[in-house]
Design a binder for this molecule. Structure first.
Ligand code: HEC
Ligand code: HEC
Length: 443
C-alpha cells in the first residue's frame, strides 16, 4: 500500500498554504489501518482494546439500568456501519423545540430537545409495583418538528480529542471571512481525567457532534449512555462528585415513580437515588471514572482513522485542485493535523491525520437544523459543524438528517456559508463534478 501511495502522489504537497511540509504518502501510512482497527502506536494492547470494544458493543437490559426511555440498547446498535464504531444506515434520532420571540426554547421541561424513541414499557418495579413509563411524544408546543440527527462515525476521533484549542481558534482566524467558521467554546462538564489541561467548568473548543457541542469523548460517552440508553452514571473528578449524568430521563418531563425507571440495583449512599452505575464517595480528592464510560472513552480514543482509498488516481489528481478552487477546502480543509507532544489523552504524539474538517461551526442557511440550546438566536441554530469527510465512502446516509445517499446530493444541499461552493460545483462540467465527487470518495 505504501509503495502504491508514493508512486501515485509522489512529492505532492498538501495542506493549507504554509502550514505543513507533510506529504500525502506520510498521511497514507498513518491512515492505513483497516476500518475499526486499533490506532497503531498507542500504549493499549490488542487484548485491552478488544475488552473496550466488547464493552462498547454490549447491549443492556432493564436490570442493567436501561430506560425508562431510550433510543437503543447499546452503543454499537447504532455505531456499526462498516465496523464497530461506525455510523448507522438506519438509526436517526429526533429532536424538537420552538422559538419564542426569536429565541430557541428546547422545551426542556417537556423532555426536549431529544425525543427518545422507545420506552421499556410495562414491568414490575423493584418494590413489586406496576410500572409503565410512557413513550415520549413531540409536545404540541413544538414549532421545530421531528428534526433528524444521523449517527456519526467515531473512527479517528481520539486524534481529534488530543488537539489543543489554539489549533482550532487559529484555523478560524486563518479562514477567509466569507466562509469563516466559529470555534464553539463550551464549559466542560466531565473532564478527561488523562488530560491535565481539563477541569470541571473549564472552557474548551467543542468538537464532537453535529453541532460541535461536546468538548471531549469521555463527556460524550456519559451523555450518550444516559440520553441514548437511559443509563445514568456518577463519577469522581479530583474529589468532586459529577452528577450531571446521574438523573434518569423523564418522558416529556414527567419523572417516573421511585423504582419505576428500570431495575438497576439501588445506588450507593451519597449518590443521587436512582443512579444506575455510580462510583460512590469522592472523599480524599479521588478521581474515579465510572467503568463503562471509561471503557467507551478508551475504545473511541484508540480507534484508528478510516483508511484512504487512493486507487482512483486520475480523478484524485484532477479533482483535488477543483475541490480547492470551488471552495470546499475552506471548511473541509485539506490541512494535515499533527497530534501534540505529548498528546494529553494518550494517543501517540506526532501522528499526522487528515479529517477534512475544521471542526468549526458555520451558518449553513437553509441546511441548518434550527436546533440549539436554550436562549440561542435563530442564526445560532443554523450553525452546523463542518462534517469530517474522512471515511465518507463508508457512510450509508449523509447530512445531519440523512436526506442524501450520495456526495452530489449532499453538495447540492449546502446553503448559507456553503452556498458559493455549491454554486461553483453546479457550474462545473459533468466530468469535473465527477472528479470532485471521486476525490471526496477517496477520503
Ligand atoms: C440510538 C443510536 C445511538 C446510540 C445507542 C449511541 N449513539 Fe453515539 N451518536 C448517535 C447520533 C445520532 C450521533 C450524532 C449526535 C448529535 O450530534 O446530536 C452520535 C454521535 C456520537 C459521538 C460524536 C461523534 C462525532 O462525530 O463527533 C460520540 C463520541 C458517540 N456518539 C459515542 C457514543 C457512545 C459511547 C455510545 C454508547 C454509550 C453511543 N454513542 C450510543 C447515535 C447513537
Ligand atoms: C461553509 C463551509 C462549507 C463549505 C464551503 C462546504 N461544506 Fe460541506 N459541509 C459543511 C457542513 C457544516 C456540513 C454538515 C451539514 C449538515 O448536514 O448540517 C457539510 C456536509 C458535507 C457533506 C456530507 C457529510 C456527512 O457526513 O454527511 C459532504 C459530502 C460535503 N459537505 C462535501 C462538500 C464539498 C464537496 C464541498 C465543495 C463543493 C463542500 N462540502 C463545501 C460545511 C461546508
Amino acid at each position: 500500500m505504501l509503495v502504491l501511495a508514493s508512486s501515485l502522489i509522489a512529492g505532492t504537497m498538501i495542506g493549507a498554504a504554509g502550514c505543513s511540509d507533510i506529504q500525502e504518502e506520510d498521511i497514507f501510512v498513518e491512515q492505513n489501518a483497516a476500518l475499526g482497527d486499533r490506532l497503531p502506536g498507542t500504549s493499549t494492547n490488542d487484548t485491552n482494546f478488544a475488552a473496550f470494544k466488547a464493552n462498547f458493543a454490549a447491549t443492556e437490559e432493564l436490570e442493567d439500568g436501561l430506560g425508562p426511555i431510550f433510543n437503543a440498547e447499546g452503543c454499537a446498535v447504532c455505531h456499526d456501519a462498516g465496523a464497530i464504531g461506525g455510523a448507522s444506515a438506519t438509526r436517526i434520532e429526533r429532536r424538537y423545540g420552538r422559538f419564542v420571540n426569536g429565541v430557541f426554547d428546547p422545551l426542556g421541561n417537556r423532555g426536549g430537545s431529544l425525543r427518545q424513541l422507545f420506552t421499556v414499557g410495562p414491568f414490575t418495579g423493584l418494590n413489586g409495583q406496576a410500572c409503565n413509563p410512557p413513550l415520549e411524544v413531540e409536545p404540541a408546543e413544538a414549532t421545530v418538528h421531528n428534526v433528524g440527527r444521523v449517527t456519526t462515525p467515531l473512527f479517528g476521533l481520539g486524534l481529534v480529542d488530543s488537539m489543543p484549542d489554539s489549533f482550532f481558534t487559529g484555523m478560524a482566524a486563518s479562514e477567509p471571512s466569507a466562509t469563516r467558521g466559529i470555534a464553539n467554546i463550551v464549559a466542560t462538564v466531565l473532564p478527561n481525567d488523562r488530560d491535565a489541561g481539563q477541569s470541571i467548568g473549564g472552557m474548551r473548543v467543542g468538537r464532537f457532534g453535529w453541532k460541535a457541542g461536546v468538548p471531549n469523548l469521555l463527556q460524550f460517552a456519559a451523555d450518550a449512555y444516559l440520553n441514548e440508553m437511559g443509563i445514568s452514571t456518577q463519577s469522581c473528578f479530583k474529589g468532586v462528585s459529577v452528577t450531571a449524568f446521574a438523573t434518569e430521563s423523564a418522558p416529556n418531563g414527567i419523572p417516573q415513580p421511585a423504582g419505576c425507571d428500570d431495575l438497576a440495583p439501588p445506588a450507593p449512599a451519597g449518590v443521587p437515588a436512582g443512579t444506575d452505575d455510580a462510583v460512590g464517595s469522592c472523599a480524599g480528592g479521588i478521581t474515579l471514572i465510572q467503568k463503562d464510560i471509561d471503557n467507551f472513552k478508551r475504545f473511541m480514543t484508540n480507534l484508528a482513522p478510516p483508511p484512504r482509498d487512493l486507487s482512483n488516481s486520475g480523478a484524485i489528481a484532477r479533482g483535488t485542485p477543483l475541490y480547492d478552487s470551488i471552495g470546499c477546502a475552506n471548511c473541509h480543509t485539506r490541512r494535515v493535523f499533527t497530534t501534540p507532544s505529548p498528546a494529553p489523552n494518550g494517543v501517540p504524539s506526532g501522528t499526522n491525520f487528515q479529517p477534512f474538517s475544521d471542526f468549526l461551526v458555520h451558518d449553513m442557511g437553509a441546511l441548518g437544523d434550527m436546533i440549539g440550546n436554550a436562549g440561542d438566536s435563530v442564526a445560532v441554530t443554523r450553525r452546523m459543524r463542518t462534517a469530517p469527510l474522512w471515511g465518507v465512502r463508508f457512510r450509508p446516509i449523509l447530512l445531519h438528517d440523512g436526506r442524501c445517499g450520495d456526495v452530489t446530493c449532499a453538495i447540492r444541499a449546502h446553503d448559507g456559508q456553503g452556498a458559493s461552493a455549491r454554486d461553483a460545483f453546479n457550474g462545473l462540467t459533468a466530468a469535473q463534478q465527477s472528479d470532485v465527487v471521486n476525490f471526496v470518495r477517496s477520503m
